[in-house]
Structures are given as structure tokens and as C-alpha cells.
Design a protein around this ligand. Structure first.
Ligand SMILES: [Zn+2]
Length: 71
């Protein structure tokens, strides 16, 4: 099933700038976490920081679509 991948935000671990996004498999989320990314703000390669993008987006959608008198 294609639903096993999640969207991950690649961030610069130095300044926190979003460098890019990628879809990876859930089981690979915490593997190979020492990847270097080219940060445009720092102007050099820094260690990447990965954050699941779906988590916050889903929460926002849930809150936006949650009926007030439900639950
Ligand atoms: Zn940076």
C-alpha cells in the first residue's frame, strides 16, 4: 500500500530553516538521520533535522473540521 510513506520536513539543524520536503517510509523515519543538507541561510552544509510534516497538518485539519458539538 502506498499509504506507508509520510511526508517529512527537512530542516537545518543550525538555524531551523526548512530546506525541503520528502516522502519516506515510516520505518525509515529514524534511520540515516545524519544526512547533510545544503542550507541556503547558513550558506554551508549542515546536519539535517527531520520532522514529520503530516503530524501538524493533520492536527490543523482535525481542529478545523471538528464540529463544535461533536465529542
Ligand atoms: Zn541553516
Amino acid at each position: 500500500m502506498p499509504g506507508d510513506t509520510i511526508e517529512v520536513v527537512q530542516k537545518c539543524s543550525v538555524c531551523g530553516t526548512e530546506v525541503g520536503r520528502l516522502s519516506i517510509k515510516k520505518e525509515n523515519l529514524f534511520l540515516s538521520s545524519y544526512v547533510m543538507v545544503a542550507c541556503p541561510k547558513c550558506g554551508r552544509e549542515t546536519q539535517e533535522l527531520r520532522e514529520p510534516a503530516l503530524r501538524t497538518e493533520m492536527r490543523e485539519k482535525e481542529m478545523a473540521s471538528l464540529p463544535k458539538n461533536n465529542r
